[in-house]
Design a protein around this ligand. Structure first.
Ligand code: TRP
Ligand code: ZN
Length: 876
């Protein structure tokens, strides 16, 4: 376990030694793996001559150390639980270190671990030090070779980074394979896989005429679920060539699926390792959303080959350099693949429901954090999703071509280097002769900025004056914030719903379409001239900056924007704002008052449902009510049961009053055509199932049989799961739940869905159900996917039951956090963030939450991962 010493960004110093070459030999065995590491090391000329060599290492059994072929006596070095120090290291030399590790007892899933009898590694961020002693930091880049020796029957497939250069037989049924990675890399990108796996192969022809082999390795029986992932890899390669001129740089690109994995996937050079959830899919087992996610994650990991691997991070504070940029790239890929507007709206929804909460809470940090106890805790929504928004703002400010110029310069300057967020910003600025000095604040300041807007129309002068003001609330350790450089995309809409041409005072001519205003001061005024009539402003189009916009729209304005805004995102946003403000008003009413939406709201929904010109996917998004967790952020002293009551009441009212319209759309779309995954069909299924979700609010036998029919007849998981989700909330749904489990008991990923449905149900007694499911044969607390589907989804998604007034939900969470902490600290720490927003909750529950946080904090032997989350939650 690492010590509770904060690491600070400004304490960065270059490494005292550099490693040019690493030759690793693994004698693989599930309980006793022997690792021989031969390092060609030299002193870094830039640092003091007398610095000792301090290698990182954790949970290793050290067998021997040789320097230039000579065995070192134990007095020549010093070992503690985190380091191996050699005081008198010469200018340069060859170190040979032999260690032993035990993958079978490694439940943290960092370093070398076992899963379903196969062996895998996970090294990011600091897992390589659990494999061998090393300078385990990303600014030490070396060329690696890997020789693997293993039993041929147990481990027929032996994979590592780069190219396979040799293989052979040994005695005792053993064999060996040697891999050479021609590119230098930091240790976090090292990977190996050994086991019984089958492979699906395909190729990609690059623009320069090379043929790349793509190989997807999975357990036997899963080959029929790899085709979508293979196609995703092919599409990703083509897209990166087309959009950024970036080709793959090895002959083979490998993806391996593993069922025990802490996150989604990992971009190891040439050998990406994926959670099975993001590889395995066929229509019977995976939903449309699963297929989308596979496209996005395959693209993400593939894109890291340039943004992450060829150009990597100098230190872990720069994590968003690779993650924010790569999320931006995968979002753009998905936008080009499908509907740009739909992609944008769903990304913004994720940002707002999860990242805004993080940015407003005790774990708030800038996308480039200043300190951490445990780097694993900083793979956050802020670093990834807000990081992506920050990259997107460069594109908004510089234009698509300007952004591309910046990317080209970034690769030209930094290929093969470990660099910083400042280097990226400098490339963007220099390539465009732009001043991005103030833009740095997006990297250094935490918190979601608020932009408030006021508009004044002057009929005599024919001007419209827009005043934009910005502020940013304090976050832990940052009381005062300086103004950000904020691109505000906007338009002015006339009474007929047309965009007015925009001409700012001082401009010779008007221009059509959306305008990007640059807000740099605390407050700025923009005067538009030749405005013939009072306009409705459309602000923050396409969500041009990760901010909260305040503008006093009337309900009439919102209904108008929903119908007329030329920007699809803004049309959705108007619907969303309307629903949010309605729910907040009803929530604030006296409890005895009826919870009823006004006719105008229902009418807006009616109009949406009757509009058959709208893209069904956009319509589906516009109909969905805002997430409770997003609403919770906009309230104080929240009573979660009242919030749930209000949301459910509105949903029921919509279902009651628009029953005919919802049914009509449902029936029109429920056309019985065979399943096909593709834009048009996905959009139609989406809308159909959103209608179904509303209709399921009605306690009618007819709706019950409609759900049962859809469940029974579905030829695909999307429709089947949508029906089952609704059935689980009704009397009698047990039958289908049991049916589902008996059909899919052997498919772990499908069973994850089954667990999640029950954990997120609204019915009484959910917690009891969750507790009994912990003993279900398909559940295992050691498997992160299972924990996320049963435990985390209950604590994070089921606000109503997690926040049960008796506090049992909280007690359950803390008990599981403590239990998990001893097994897998990363997963425990993630779960612990379910308590983050305790200060937002009403006083009685708040106190109960605080007590559970204290109980976790005071638990003996708590990991630094969980300790960091819990202690920050409790505050100083
Ligand atoms: N770099 C990976 C990605 O975003 C994520 C990652 C970081 C990861 N640490 C991990 C994955 C640990 C699995 C386990 O693509
Ligand atoms: Zn990533």
């Amino acid at each position: 376990m690492s010590s509770r010493q904060a690491i600070r960004r400004l304490d960065y110093t270059p490494p005292s030694y550099l490693i040019d070459r690493v030759d690793l030999t693994f004698d693989l065995d599930d309980t006793h793996t022997k690792v021989t590491s031969r390092l060609i090391i030299r002193r870094n000329k830039d640092v003091a001559a007398d610095a000792p060599l301090i290698l990182h290492g954790e949970e290793l059994q050290l067998d021997s150390v040789k320097l230039d072929g000579v065995l070192l006596s134990p007095e020549a070095y010093c070992v503690d639980d985190q380091t191996l120090t050699i005081a008198n290291m010469p200018e340069d030399g060859i170190l040979e270190i032999v260690t032993q590790i035990n993958p079978s007892t490694n439940t943290s899933l960092m370093g070398l671990f076992e899963s379903s009898g196969n062996l895998f590694t996970q090294c990011e961020a600091e897992g390589f030090r659990k494999i061998t002693y090393y300078l385990d930091r990303p600014d030490v880049m070396a060329k690696f070779t890997t020789t693997m020796i293993a039993d041929k029957t147990k481990y027929p497939v032996l994979l590592s980074n780069g190219n396979r250069v040799g293989e052979g037989q040994l005695d005792k049924n053993r064999h060996w394979v040697k891999w050479v990675d021609p590119f230098k890399k930091p240790s976090y990108l090292f990977a190996l896989v050994a086991g019984r796996l089958v492979v699906l192969s395909g190729t990609h022809q690059t623009q320069s005429g090379r043929t790349i082999n793509i190989e997807i390795y999975v357990e036997a029986g899963n080959l029929d679920k790899c085709h979508h992932a293979l196609a995703a890899a092919q599409k990703s390669m083509a897209w990166d060539e087309e959009r950024y001129g970036l080709e793959y740089d090895l002959d083979t690109y490998m993806i391996v699926a593993v069922s025990d994995f802490n996150m989604g996937a990992m971009e190891n050079k040439g050998l990406n390792i994926f959670n099975t959830k993001y590889v395995l899919a066929k229509p019977e087992t995976a939903t449309d959303a699963d297929f989308d996610a596979i496209d996005a994650i395959v693209a993400h990991e593939y894109f890291h080959n340039w943004t992450g691997n060829r150009v990597t991070c100098r230190d872990w504070f720069q994590l968003s350099l690779k993650e924010g940029l790569t999320v931006y790239r995968d979002q753009e890929f998905s936008s080009d693949l499908g509907s740009r507007a739909v992609q944008r709206i769903s990304n913004v929804r994720t940002l707002r429901t999860s990242q805004f909460a993080e940015d407003a809470g005790p774990q708030a940090h800038p996308i480039r954090p200043d300190e951490y106890l445990e780097i694993n805790n900083f793979y956050t929504m802020t670093v990834y999703e807000k990081g992506s928004e920050v990259v997107r703002m460069y594109e908004t400010l510089l234009g698509r071509d300007g952004f591309r110029k910046g990317m080209d310069l970034y690769f030209k300057r930094h290929d093969g280097q470990a660099v910083t967020c400042d280097d990226f910003r400098a490339a963007m600025a220099d390539a465009n002769h732009a001043d991005l000095t103030q833009f740095e604040r997006w990297y250094s300041q935490a918190g979601t900025p608020r932009v408030s807007a006021q508009g004044v129309y002057n009929a005599d002068a024919q001007t419209y004056t827009l005043t934009l003001s910005q502020s940013c609330p304090p976050t832990p350790g940052q009381e005062i914030k300086l103004p950000f450089h904020i691109p505000v995309a906007m338009g002015l809409i006339d009474r007929r719903g047309q965009d007015l041409p925009l001409q700012l005072q001082g401009e010779a001519q008007a221009s059509a379409g959306t305008r990007v205003l640059q807000l740099r001061e605390a407050s700025q005024t923009f005067t538009f001239i030749n405005v013939p009539c009072p306009p409705v402003p459309s602000l923050l189009r396409d969500f041009s900056a990760p901010v909260i916009l305040d503008y006093a729209y009337s309900d009439d304005d919102l209904v108008f924007l929903m119908a007329h805004d030329s920007d699809a995102f803004s049309r959705w946003e108007a619907a969303n704002t309307f629903a949010c403000s309605l729910i907040k008003r009803l929530y604030a009413q006296a409890p005895e008052q009826a919870i009823t939406a006004p006719e105008q709201f229902i009418a807006a929904y009616r109009q949406l449902l009757g509009n058959d010109k709208l893209d069904p996917a956009l319509l589906a998004l516009m109909l969905q009510l805002p997430a409770e967790s997003y609403l919770l952020e906009q309230l104080d002293d929240v009573d979660p049961s009242r919030l749930a009551l209000v949301c459910n009441s509105i949903k029921q009212q919509i279902a009651r009053e628009l029953r005919q319209e919802l049914l009509a759309v449902y029936q029109k779309l429920n056309d019985g055509k065979p399943y096909h995954y593709g834009g048009e069909q996905v959009a139609r299924r989406d809308l159909k199932n959103v209608c179904l979700d509303f209709l399921a609010e009605l306690d009618e036998a007819m709706i019950g049989s409609l759900l049962a029919d859809q469940y029974r007849k579905a030829d695909n998981m999307t429709d089947r799961l949508a029906a089952l989700r609704a059935l689980v909330n009704r009397d009698g749904g047990e039958a289908q739940l049991a049916d589902f489990a008996s059909q899919w008991k052997d498919d772990a990923l499908v069973m994850d869905k089954w667990f999640m449905l029950q954990a997120t149900s609204r019915r009484k007694g959910v917690l009891n159900r969750v507790q009994s499911l912990l003993a279900h044969p398909a559940f295992s607390i050691k498997n992160p996917n299972k924990v996320r589907s049963l435990i985390t989804s209950f604590c994070v998604l089921n606000l109503q039951h997690f926040h049960a007034a008796d506090g049992y939900g909280y007690a359950f969470a803390s008990e599981k956090i403590i239990e998990l902490d001893a097994i897998n600290p990363q997963i425990a720490a993630r779960l612990a963030s379910c308590f983050n927003r305790w200060k937002k909750i009403e006083p009685v529950r708040r106190e109960l939450m605080k007590q559970e946080l204290e109980r976790i904090r005071d638990h003996q032997g708590l990991s630094s991962d969980t300790f960091e989350i819990v202690s920050k939650s409790l505050g100083a």
